[in-house]
Ligand binder design. Structure first.
Ligand SMILES: [Fe+2]
Ligand SMILES: [Fe+2]
Length: 432
């Protein structure tokens, strides 16, 4: 018995040693069956689409099938098989294999059916629609930080947004999708929660996302700022921005709207990267064939908290937004809601004339108070929200909804023949 006890003790001791040397184990274990299936715009959205998914490491090929969405049950007969690439991301006690496929040569304005993986472990057939060529009416969704407790409280927000906006073509995420993520750690549980909240929604509506400070944040070394290893594995976002910022700063033109996605964490922390991004943004604004322009990044140009001012962002980007008349600037980070129109430097607001509109929003459960000098016309605290933007010819309509589905803010921008923009706000919206 004594002998048995000492062996047990040694085994337990060795196991504990191993457990402390390893990272904690995630509750989201990969299997041969695809999960975390996410669409990303990548290339011309009228003719291409990218999909990323996860399996375990027994899956040795990255295959997806695509066909026009026909009424027949024999979709596989008309489908084309497309091969992609994979990369492994190890952490939290598991290795996830992330597969990435790009569908190209698609027909504009067409609904496709696709599935990922191979039978018997293939996913269900999902559908998505390619963009029209050139300008056409467009509706998209925008979400501020989900960050903490995605599965518990953010889930109802993205689900209600999807249910309420059947014509949405894409979704924008302004960073801090998760709370703790850096090059060192994977935070697989948090990404698992983020995907569990969205379910199939990210498999049918393409995602444009930019990392927030929390996708760079290393709790053990605050100065170390490496992009969370999950980011480039888990998404297949565009790589058409400044060198070194692949999949975090990029641009997409979608039906007459130019989306400029900026990596604000790197802009704040590195002067050379700030310069490179600013020059890149200016180039995109100077040669802009689109009627409408939306910029999205994490750190607000104007904060809702006196202690959270982002001077570098404001100094680099605001003059460009003013000069080139950027329409919407969508951000997160401050865990509160604020929407304000700020006229270009030296210009008074005349009547209903509009300048760039700045928004800070939050979709998740982490909430802060507002204590900055008030620059916003509508502000909310302790409120989870999502936003719907519809662009149609000379009109842009913006609506923010709270988690109960109630309209929280709304305005319309109208572009006049003389190039000026006018703003109108419905009487139901309570401005400050
Ligand atoms: Fe943040
Ligand atoms: Fe945040």
């Amino acid at each position: 018995m004594k002998h048995f006890l000492s062996i047990t003790f040694i085994v337990v001791a060795l196991f504990s040693l191993r457990a402390t040397a390893q990272e904690r184990t995630t509750k989201y274990i990969p299997s041969p069956e695809p999960d975390r299936i996410v669409l990303n715009l990548n290339g011309d959205p009228a003719t291409s689409m990218a999909v990323t998914w996860r399996t375990d490491t027994t899956v040795m090929e990255s295959l997806a099938q695509i066909t026009v969405n026909l009424p027949t049950i024999f979709l596989a007969d008309s489908a084309t098989t497309v091969a992609g690439t994979w990369q492994d991301a190890e952490g939290d006690g598991v290795t996830g294999r992330f597969h990435s496929v790009r569908f190209t040569g698609l027909t504009p304005g067409t609904t496709y059916a696709y599935r990922v993986g191979s039978v018997p472990d293939a996913s269900e057939w999902f559908t998505f629609k390619t963009a029209e060529t050139g300008a056409a009416p467009l509706t998209f969704l925008y979400f501020g930080d989900s960050q903490i407790g995605s599965k518990s409280l953010y889930a109802r927000v993205i689900r209600q947004a999807f249910r309420s906006t059947p014509d949405a073509a894409l979704m924008l995420f302004a960073g801090d999708l998760v709370d703790g993520g850096s090059g060192r750690t994977l935070h697989n549980d948090e990404w698992g929660d983020w995907h569990a909240a969205a379910g199939f929604i990210t498999s049918v509506l393409p995602v444009l996302a930019t990392p927030g400070n929390h996708e760079f944040y290393d709790p053990a070394d605050r100065e170390k700022r490496d992009l969370n290893r999950y980011w480039r594995a888990g998404f297949t976002l565009p790589e058409n921005g400044p060198a070194g910022l692949e999949e975090t700063a990029y641009t997409v033109d979608y039906q007459g709207v130019r989306f400029i996605i900026i990596n604000s964490d790197k802009m704040i922390r590195n002067e050379a990267i700030a310069r490179a991004q600013t020059e890149w943004v200016e180039g995109l604004l100077r040669n802009n064939p689109c009627n409408w322009t939306v910029a999205m990044f994490h750190h607000p140009v104007f904060s809702t908290s006196a202690r959270r001012d982002n001077k570098v962002i404001r100094e680099n980007l605001k003059p460009l937004f003013d000069m080139y008349g950027v329409d919407l600037v969508l951000t997160g980070h401050d865990h509160t809601y604020a929407r304000g129109m700020i006229m270009p430097e030296g210009r008074e607001m005349r009547g209903n004339e509009a300048g760039p509109v700045y928004v800070v929003s939050v979709s998740g459960s982490k909430q802060y108070q507002q204590d900055a000098k008030q620059w916003w016309q509508v502000g909310l605290t302790n409120t989870q929200l999502w936003q719907v933007v519809t662009v149609d010819g000379t009109r842009l309509k913006y609506s923010a909804y709270d988690a109960s589905g109630k309209l929280a803010d709304q305005f319309m921008l109208t572009r006049m023949k003389n190039g000026r923009k006018m703003m109108s706000v419905p009487a139901a919206v309570k401005t400050k």
